[in-house]
Design a protein around this ligand. Structure first.
Ligand SMILES: Nc1ncnc2c1ncn2[C@@H]1O[C@H](COP(=O)(O)OP(=O)(O)O)[C@@H](O)[C@H]1O
Ligand SMILES: [Mg+2]
Length: 225
């Protein structure tokens, strides 16, 4: 999917958090890195209309996020940093069915879609588990499954591995690597970016570097750590 930011600024009060960005995203694997407060989450939220620009436009597949937010929410899935903010219903399969019901998928198709998606991520056994009793890694996978079951064209991840131990972090890394969809991944976990097509470094609301991981990661490590 082609996502175009054209002259995009975002302000909170008098603070400019993203400053006149012109960016076109078309690659399959895009990383976004930068210090805390550099604007990564705000950038990510622009991509599916969770945040709208104060200036400029964001086009997703040619549609303006300020005008076509329902369509864009379906095309661009968003996996939050903390899956507790995303998983709302007591049982895993109920939680995953929730979004499908709201988009008019015929009721009798829903359990099949849910189970197929869980199986695809290798977590079929979690279907009838209570959401609150999942481990951190399981929760993150369920949150991802709940996004993927909606069949988005693009998935945005806001620091998906921050709360995870090494084993679960590797599981998420491998799962992201294998996704057929376009993925935009915000992370402080620089190893996650191996094999990515493109990495943007944000610094105080601007794109300070834009290139493949082999240039962007050393650039960031040298200047921003
Ligand atoms: N809803 C909001 N209201 C006010 N300030 C915000 C809001 N969201 C983010 N900010 C501020 O915008 C700046 C960038 O935040 P954010 O995009 O979350 O950066 P990052 O994800 O890189 O840490 C921070 O200074 C943050 O405090
Ligand atoms: Mg953030």
């Amino acid at each position: 999917m082609r996502i175009t930011l054209d002259g995009v600024s975002v302000r909170f009060g008098t603070r400019t958090v993203l400053d006149a960005l012109d960016v076109e995203l078309t690659e399959q694997r895009i990383g976004i890195i930068g210090s805390n407060g550099s604007g990564k989450s705000t950038f990510a939220r622009l991509l599916n209309g969770l945040v709208l620009p104060d200036e400029g436009t964001v086009l997703v597949g040619g549609h303006d996020t300020a005008k076509d937010v329902r369509r864009i929410r379906r095309q661009v899935g968003f996996v939050f940093q903390n899956p507790d903010n995303q998983i709302v219903l007591p049982l895993v399969e109920e939680d995953m069915a929730f979004g499908l019901r709201n988009t008019g998928v015929p009721r009798k198709e829903i359990p099949g879609r849910v189970r197929e998606q869980l199986a695809h991520l290798g977590i079929a056994a979690l279907a009838d588990r209570p959401s609150h009793a999942l481990s951190g890694g399981e929760k993150q996978l369920v949150a991802l499954a709940a996004v993927l079951v909606m069949r988005p064209e693009t998935v945005v991840f806001d620091e998906p591995t921050t709360l995870l131990d090494l084993r679960n972090r590797n599981l998420i890394r491998d799962t992201v690597a294998a996704l057929p969809q376009q993925a935009v991944v915000l992370t402080h976990d620089l190893d996650l970016l191996t094999g990515f097509d493109r990495v943007l470094v944000l610094d105080r609301g601007r794109v300070a570097h834009d290139g493949p991981p082999r240039t962007a990661v050393p650039w960031y490590v040298e200047r921003c750590s």
